[in-house]
Design a protein around this ligand. Sequence first.
Ligand SMILES: [Zn+2]
Ligand SMILES: [Zn+2]
Length: 562
Amino acid sequence: MDNKAIAREFKLLSQLLEFHGENSFKIRAIATVADKLRKLPFDITSKTHEELSEVPGIGKSSALKIKEILDNGSLKELEDLIQQSPPGIIALLKIKGIGPKKLAVIWQELGIDNLGELWYACKDDKISKLKGFGQKTQDELKSIVEFTMENQDKFRYADIEPFANDILHSLKKHLKEESLVSFTGPLRRCCEILETIDILASSTKDELIKWVNQSNIITDIKESDNQLQGTHQSGIKTIIHCSNKESFYARLIETTGNENHLKGLEEKLNIEIPSLESEEAIYKKAGLSFIPPELREGLNEIELASQNNIPKLIEYSDFKGSLHNHSLWSDGVFSIEDMAIYSRDILKLEYFGISDHSKTAVYANGLSTDRVIAQWKEIDSLNKKLAPFKILKGIESDILSNGSLDYPNEILAEFDFVVASIHAQLSMDEKKATTRLIKAIENPYTTILGHPTGRQLLVRRGYPIDHKKVIDACAANDVIIEINANPLRLDIDWRWVPYCLEKGVTLSINPDAHHASELNYLRYGQLVARKGGLSAENCLNCLSLEKIELQLKARKDKNQGI
Ligand SMILES: [Zn+2]
Ligand SMILES: [Zn+2]
């Protein structure tokens, strides 16, 4: 069991204790340990029980619980609580925004422990009448329940990718060496949300059935003409398509692109997709240049390919640095030095931009002006030590409810870059949210607009914004827009990248790393950026250190005297 899995056990324990109305100090203590475990910079299993008891924020009794989980795979106290709870409640507790206390009232008063009944209770106006609820809470609850129902059986790309790799690996090992095997469907298009894992193999169905029976990697198998369908242990539907070797690439094209893409391609071909030696050859036959899988979304890619205008999409190796990251100074778990060294030695980057939280983000240990100045000193000395590698001085400034930024102008003026993001008071209508963002964009010290909608994929909708107005404002004020590369966010949505490019807005793919390993999120940002047609030349952190320093300095000079 890894740190995150153990943290989940503690979180569930704290939620169930709260659901059952236990002592609030105990609940808070367990919840704090869960949070602590999630952020530990080392693997829990690498420490002894004694060492763990000495970690600040864990203590003896939690260390014992951790030991019990590691030894037995479960915690007796938690198992007992699960036994005493209504069966559907565990699933409801996972939904962000409802909370154990509210669920307890709903269960006690209405006997509800599942999503469907909860929705009906909102619709029939039963929730608003409960003590402590009211109309507004009922409306919010209904919206959360609807969002959850819409997203059942959907998964984030990053959560599914390792399973998909396992399946592909197992299948390749089983089949003859000369067999062709590839991801296909939305997975191959790198869609941020997946409902299926699709794999295409040049193999007979009998051979695939043999593999399924031997590997046991997918279960509940259903057969149809040219595919097997089953369920992976993660719960995601898995489809193994099969074809003969000759028609492999025709089938690959057929199963990769979405319906609109295939329609466009078939119109160009005027015949069925022919069996040729490669995908390139098939597109060529249609009078088109090769269309990378990520772009096969039925937007304007057929037209672009017919004019030989498919952009050169950004590659992982194009990254020269990363901006928007956090350290121990705010809510990160690594020192600036460790994050910088990871960037330099593991990721082979030229620079690392730190942008810890600003002073209003008290919950995230945001930096007071004094601490900002102290951090700059630390960075100056690290830059001497790590040269020619460079740490850029940034901040993730909260956008306050009136759209202004944290800190006085003389402090803002000293940063190399400022990421402006909304973290609080998220419940806004489109007009309020758009006005708030535009005010921040018009601030001359804003360099990058951070996670523009605040969405968390499959967890919560973002606040509604008028994307065109926000992007237009960035164009007018020379503000860069972030593609937040955390696979939970991927915000701004890639579907808006073409409009950004049309307006001449540069994008920055930012990992928003709170842990050194999260610097690797750059890759998820890169995948969705490709879907949006982004090239390295329109991505800020593909600039070399020399060029980005010049660009950031030019902005600073422009702001002199404001
Ligand atoms: Zn943020
Ligand atoms: Zn951040």
